[in-house]
Design a protein around this ligand. Structure first.
Ligand SMILES: [Zn+2]
Length: 148
């Protein structure tokens, strides 16, 4: 029995519930979960020069091909990441009407529930330095606890 404490892992409860009930969930559907997007970056090139945590936050997941990323919401693909890039700006440029970036895509399940109504105006960068290590391919319990 997996016990998920909300809102620390917001949305994953529903994910596990779907799994338990044997519901089929496609890879693309699973990318509606920010946590799954973060996990998709486990083999993302470390020298890409952009934060995979930030990419996941703004909708991208890693397709596994070179540095190719795709947005779960608008489906746009981008693979030209360079050091110093502003991923949010690039996402807006290649997909001005992306639902995730505009009104917010209701399918998105962010890792932290408390960011739902604050996105994207929350300070995110301080978190990046702390978490600037490859995702650990283990139990989700490795996630830092949400400040409650
Ligand atoms: Zn998008």
């Amino acid at each position: 029995m997996v016990v998920i404490v909300e809102p620390a892992l917001h949305g994953l409860g529903r994910y596990f519930q779907q799994m338990e009930q044997g519901q089929q969930i496609t890879v693309l559907e699973s990318m509606q979960y920010e946590w799954m997007r973060v996990r998709s970056f486990w083999s993302f090139p470390r020298n890409a020069g952009v934060s995979y945590l930030y990419l996941a936050r703004i909708g991208f997941f890693y397709t596994g091909r070179v540095s190719e990323t795709c947005c779960y919401s608008c489906g746009q693909i981008y693979r030209e990441w360079r050091e110093g890039d502003n991923p949010l700006e690039i996402h807006r440029r290649i997909s001005p009407h992306c639902l995730h970036l505009n009104d917010g895509d209701a399918r998105n399940m962010p890792i932290y529930a408390d960011v739902i109504n604050q996105w994207p105006a929350i300070p995110w960068e301080p978190l990046l330095e702390e978490a600037a290590r490859p995702p650990v391919d283990e139990e989700p319990a490795d996630l830092p606890e949400a400040g409650m």
